[in-house]
Design a protein around this ligand. Structure first.
Ligand SMILES: *Cc1c(COP(=O)(O)O)cnc(C)c1O
Length: 360
């Protein structure tokens, strides 16, 4: 067996310990005689898996009692519609557009009501986070929307916007569980699992109870109502059971490592190795304004598309895979999620140094 260093933005690297444990339990989950994949989602065994997963997530994030945790499907993209369908009571919402994912969410909301773009960094190719300390928040806005970590561009909100009392809705797909979070500052937090938590197929929604309403937009499908999933404890229909089981293992792994404060310390140290190198290098440089840099997604370029391609090719041959930047921006991107060990980044930087020397 030979594992590579996988810098994919998602689906992405998972902790080896978790994968091994899942492999050990593949044929017989703890004496049940079957795999979690083969098990009724109404069984006592699975009920314990999903309840434990929720309890561990609540412990990790310190989720207050008045928030519900939902394990859903449809990916983060389905939330682009589900959020306005469920929350747009006045049919008005304010969007801060800091990348392609926020833009897609903004455009989708426009199908259901008046979506206002109250700030954007598109003028700078999304290379920074706009000042959100005094935005023209609409008086009747049902919520203010952000994408907290911009996976493609490598920016992160280090200060949350002043929403002037409106509920904050955040897509945290690519920074979920990467650092401690004050859940009480948000109305709704959501993310696809496949970036930093588990396999594709699970999306986790953490929603304040007062935002779970009966009077959703007319025509909202049953499956797209938060209330239906909340009332049924995420078991209205068959949930993505195996994915939830793996997410639960990752939550345990994070708790064992000391929780989110310890994880942040590790992630800061890890990202620093790469950013310090980029800042010192004569060949490679980062594309993001320094104060807005993400700890999870690090885009960089040489400024020469041919050299970029040569780098990606040689890196792949050396076992550093999925470093090609998003198709919309080019260059390179190293996604260094929770499960990327610090040695992976040290070795990548070693490889980059060597490449720089050889191609100077
Ligand atoms: C990947 C990603 C999405 C899209 O996720 P899907 O699960 O493929 O729909 C949305 N938002 C962010 C921030 C992402 O990184």
């Amino acid at each position: 067996m030979s594992r590579v260093y996988n810098f994919s933005a998602g689906p992405a690297v998972l902790p080896e310990e978790v994968l091994k444990e899942a492999a050990d339990e593949m044929l017989d989950f703890r004496g049940s005689g079957m795999s979690v994949m083969e098990m009724s989602h109404r069984s006592k065994t699975f009920e314990k898996i999903i309840k434990d997963a929720e309890a561990d997530l609540r412990e990790l994030m310190g989720i207050p009692d008045q928030y519900r945790v939902l394990f859903l499907q449809g990916g983060a993209s389905q939330q682009f519609a589900m959020i306005p369908m469920n929350l747009m009571k006045n049919r008005v919402a304010d969007y801060i557009v800091t990348g392609q994912w926020a833009k897609k969410a903004y455009q989708e909301a426009g199908l259901y009501g008046k979506a206002n773009k109250v700030a954007s960094s598109e003028d700078g190719t999304f290379s920074y986070i706009p000042d959100c300390s005094d935005l023209p928040i609409s008086e009747d806005a049902d919520y203010v929307y952000i994408c907290e970590n911009n996976t493609i561009y490598g920016t992160k909100f280090w200060t949350l916007p002043d929403t002037k009392g409106k509920p904050l809705v955040a897509d945290v797909s690519s920074c979920f569980l990467s650092e401690p979070v004050d859940v009480s500052k948000y109305g709704l937090i959501y993310g696809g699992a496949q970036k930093n938590i588990g396999p594709a197929g699970v999306v986790i929604v953490i929603i304040r109870e007062d935002l779970i309403r009966e009077d959703v937009l007319p025509g909202t499908p049953t499956m797209l109502r938060y209330k239906v999933h909340a009332d049924n404890a995420s078991l209205y229909n068959t949930p993505p059971a195996y994915g939830i089981y793996i997410c639960g293992k990752v939550f345990r792994w994070l708790i064992k490592r000391g929780g989110l404060a310890a994880m942040k310390e590790y992630n800061v140290a890890k990202a620093k190795i790469l950013y310090d190198f980029l800042d010192a290098s004569e060949m490679f440089y980062g594309t993001v304004r320094k104060e807005d840099r993400s700890l999870m997604n690090v885009p960089f370029v040489t400024g020469n598309a041919e050299l970029d391609a040569k780098f990606v090719k040689e890196a792949t041959q050396a076992g550093f895979v999925n470093l090609k930047g998003h198709r919309s921006v080019g260059g390179m991107r190293a996604s260094i999620y929770n499960a990327m060990p610090i040695e992976g980044v040290e070795k990548l930087v070693g490889f980059m140094k060597k490449f720089e020397e050889e191609n100077a």
